[in-house]
Design a protein around this ligand. Structure first.
Ligand code: HEC
Ligand code: HEC
Ligand code: HEC
Ligand code: HEC
Ligand code: HEC
Ligand code: HEC
Length: 497
């Protein structure tokens, strides 16, 4: 046999290394080929094709080099070198059987590893992979996602979408993420990829297109005050979600911002886009109105340098899937369902307090919640504690459930870390612009009127008469705080609840 490589190449160790390296290389080629013909690209396939298999390939190459070095050393030491492979004689039935067995085995092994890498390739695209493989890391996002309206929309449909350039980007960042998790180099909480999110036109609008918005939507909210009797009250809001479609009538309403003909642009001074000193609105006939904040005015020259963003879905719906609820609305919700009994004294405020404490681990939080609630009733209302143990147990279970769905101390994730822009109660949201303090040069104010975005159809306090009007009733703040709710942002008080 003519030797193509230097003689030191021919030793068992080097040959094994070569086999490992070339099989991995073949599998990488196979995956890349598979990916190029596949109709639905699998973003995290990069982890196998560009991280795991190359690692095995490099290991193979190292073995190969080690083999050569060892062989050199043997040569220098005068030991006989060269590979002494057994002579195979196919006329010998024993040899023949061994060769068939060995050949068959190799082919089977190759087929199996091709099948295995194909399966792995499929798996990287699944939501279980995204959400569960890196369990603690992604637990908050995955948990919130499972209880969101998008629980059946794949992670990749919002985070990757289709198209070649995003596909390549996601591969590079996907490979980096695997490295970060393996070596514990990731930040807690995981920062929001706000700059790198795909434009909404390519993700959200594939399923919800702006023309679809033309009706209104009723919210019936039930609340319980933090007093001893948990005073109940109700609020009916008719959300004006129209505005997206000229053919469906006048284009007014919340989705007016999204009407393609309109252009709303803004400048934010922080990366989370929470402080917005400058807003511009251009109507279809080209008239531009610029609103500036009277509180956070920025100088003209730094304005020119700033990045101007055109508003899209994500400026309002930034948490469509990873919703971490604040304690107060979560407790109101389960009380309205009757799972927490509203006749238990102080139950609203005790539950909210239990959830508002910082705990360092999830299990620690769950245990402390139980102790806190039980202790509270045993010390403050001993007869309630002894006569209604089942109702109190149910408070514990429900508060614990709220805690485990919305708080992730190990990852430092909770509602406080991720502002949701959809309303104005717990975070600045719409009031980042509509705070009544954004004024144009000719004195027009970006409206904060309570009936601009929703009509307050009805408000009803327990033990009080029902106030109702199709044209909208004047809002009455549930506890007397004077006129401060008219001047301050709601979130100035409510983001600490
Ligand atoms: C309906 C669209 C949608 C789906 C489905 C979705 N995400 Fe997200 N995700 C987003 C948006 C939008 C953001 C940015 C949030 C922001 O700007 O505050 C985000 C942010 C994140 C973040 C950054 C941390 C954070 O909470 O801001 C992670 C991690 C994440 N998503 C993981 C996942 C995983 C894992 C899945 C699947 C189990 C998934 N996402 C499904 C839209 C989605
Ligand atoms: C693959 C399709 C798909 C994509 C992509 C998608 N959604 Fe959805 N979305 C849905 C479905 C399905 C529902 C549930 C509809 C229902 O409950 O009637 C939904 C519901 C919603 C709702 C109503 C939630 C509620 O509380 O009723 C909003 C708001 C929403 N999506 C916004 C978004 C935004 C913003 C994005 C982009 C980040 C997005 N969606 C991406 C399919 C999608
Ligand atoms: C980046 C700034 C900004 C944010 C954030 C914002 N808006 Fe607006 N909004 C505007 C501008 C600008 C106008 C147009 C005012 C004008 O020139 O008449 C407007 C107008 C409106 C209108 C009136 C549309 C019509 O029919 O004429 C509604 C309703 C509205 N916004 C609802 C909302 C809601 C709800 C939110 C929060 C989910 C929100 N906006 C968040 C800037 C913003
Ligand atoms: C100015 C802020 C704003 C923008 C921009 C915006 N939305 Fe909305 N959207 C809202 C509000 C507010 C609601 C009502 C929320 C509620 O009922 O809790 C809503 C409701 C929805 C709903 C639920 C409708 C229903 O019938 O229940 C969907 C779906 C939706 N938006 C998708 C989108 C998509 C897709 C885009 C981008 C094309 C978009 N929105 C842009 C503020 C906005
Ligand atoms: C720029 C639009 C806009 C204006 C102006 C506005 N709201 Fe709202 N409001 C919203 C949106 C959007 C929601 C729904 C948020 C959600 O779906 O969680 C909301 C929700 C609410 C809620 C229910 C909050 C909760 O989570 O329980 C109350 C109460 C409320 N608004 C009161 C008011 C009052 C009082 C005013 C006048 C000072 C006002 N709103 C002005 C857009 C607006
Ligand atoms: C000066 C502080 C302050 C401001 C500003 C304020 N609130 Fe409140 N709000 C309170 C207090 C205190 C309560 C009572 C909380 C309780 O009993 O649990 C409350 C209760 C509420 C509740 C019932 C909450 C629940 O979980 O049951 C709603 C809804 C509400 N406020 C809406 C608003 C809206 C909308 C605005 C802005 C237009 C606003 N508030 C501005 C202090 C404030």
């Amino acid at each position: 046999m003519k030797k193509v490589f230097p003689s030191s190449f021919y030793n068992l160790v080097t040959l094994i290394g070569t086999a490992i390296a070339s099989i991995s290389f073949g599998l990488i080629l196979f995956l890349v080929l598979l990916e190029s013909v596949s109709a639905s690209p699998k973003p995290y396939m990069g982890i196998i094709a560009f991280v795991i298999l190359p690692a095995i390939m490099i290991a193979g190459l190292i073995v190969l080099v080690l083999g050569i070095m060892r062989e050199h050393r043997r040569e220098r030491a005068g030991k006989p070198h060269g590979l002494h492979l057994p002579k195979v004689d196919l006329n010998n039935p024993k040899h023949r059987r061994a060769a068939v067995l060995f050949g068959g085995g190799t082919i089977l092994l190759l087929l199996l590893s091709a099948f295995g890498s194909f399966k792995a390739y499929e798996a990287t695209d699944s939501d279980t992979f995204c959400g569960e493989t890196c369990h603690t890391v992604m637990e908050p996002e995955f948990t919130a996602y499972q209880f969101s309206p998008h629980a059946r929309v794949g992670c990749v449909q919002c985070h990757i979408g289709s198209g070649a350039d995003w596909f390549v980007r996601s591969k590079i960042s996907g490979s980096y993420q695997v490295y970060a998790v393996l070596f514990d180099k990731y930040p807690r909480p995981i920062p929001t990829p706000i700059e790198n999110l795909r434009p909404a036109q390519e993700t959200c609008e594939q399923c919800h297109w702006p023309k679809h918005f033309f009706n209104e939507k009723l919210h019936t909210n039930k609340y319980f005050l933090s007093d001893e009797g948990n005073t109940k009250w109700e609020l009916d809001l008719l959300m004006k979600i129209g505005g997206g479609n000229v053919e469906a009538g006048p284009t007014s309403g919340i989705h007016w911002h999204m009407n393609i003909a309109h252009e709303v642009k803004y400048i934010a001074v922080d990366t989370r886009r929470q402080v917005i000193p400058w807003v511009s609105s251009r109507t279809p006939d080209g008239v531009e109105t610029i609103y500036r904040s009277t509180e956070n005015d920025i100088p003209e020259d730094s304005l020119k340098k700033s990045f101007t963003r055109r508003m899209d879905c994500l400026d309002c719906h930034n948490r469509p899937s990873h919703i971490y609820n604040p304690p107060a609305p979560s407790v109101n919700h389960v009380m309205a369902l009757g799972w927490i009994d509203p006749t238990l004294p102080d139950v609203k405020s005790v539950s909210v307090q239990a959830l508002n404490t910082d705990y360092s681990t999830k299990q620690g939080g769950l245990d402390s919640i139980r102790l806190f609630i039980k202790d509270y009733y045993e010390s403050t209302y001993p007869d309630v504690a002894s006569s209604r143990p089942i109702a109190i147990d149910s408070v514990v279970t429900n508060v614990q459930r709220i805690y485990s769905r919305n708080f992730f101390p190990e990852m430092k994730v909770s509602w406080k870390k991720f502002p949701d822009n959809i309303g104005h109660m717990y975070y600045p949201g719409c009031f980042r612009c509509h705070d009544g303090k954004h004024v144009s040069d000719d004195g027009k104010v970006l409206s904060r009127d309570c009936n601009t975005c929703h009509t307050i159809l009805a408000q009803h306090f327990e033990n009080d008469s029902l106030r109702i009007s199709l044209g909208g009733v004047a809002y009455q703040h549930p506890v007397d705080i004077g006129d401060s709710w008219k001047e301050m942002n709601c979130s100035d008080c409510h983001n600490s609840q």
